[in-house]
Design a protein. Structure first.
Length: 127
């Protein structure tokens, strides 16, 4: 069960953040086999005072169109699957929404399965 957080600078298109989320979910479904309907996202837009980043860290030229994506998911995927996920997300955003590849920042946070409760105060994945 991934939990996806997306942070962007306030966009003039009110549907932009939702479309970003849809493309991320499609990439997770394809690249790391996230099940159908396993879609939980928090999409946040910020003004210029609350969206801070280094425009040149690691030699990557970022713009104000930066999309920061943090995905919390259960541990266990291979490095190859993670790399495929990064590539698929970036390419989807680039192709469908014209987000530059340099403006796609992704962070995965892996947790043990027992660290999830989907509701009812129960750890559904705990052994």
């Amino acid at each position: 069960m991934p939990l996806v957080r997306v942070d962007i600078k306030k966009h003039q298109d009110p549907t932009f953040a939702k479309r970003v989320g849809q493309l991320i979910y499609a990439a997770m479904h394809t690249a790391i086999a996230v099940p159908e309907n396993d879609n939980f996202q928090i999409l946040t837009e910020h003004d210029e005072h609350h969206f801070i980043f280094d425009p040149g860290y690691l030699g990557i030229n970022r713009t104000d169109n930066l999309v920061i994506i943090q995905i919390t998911l259960s541990e266990g995927r291979t490095d190859e699957k993670k790399k495929l996920l990064y590539k698929t997300i970036a390419e989807n955003l680039n192709r469908e929404l014209a987000v530059r590849l340099e403006d796609v920042f992704i962070n995965l946070v892996e947790v043990k399965k027992e660290n999830w409760s989907f509701g009812n105060g129960i750890a559904q994945y705990a052994l």
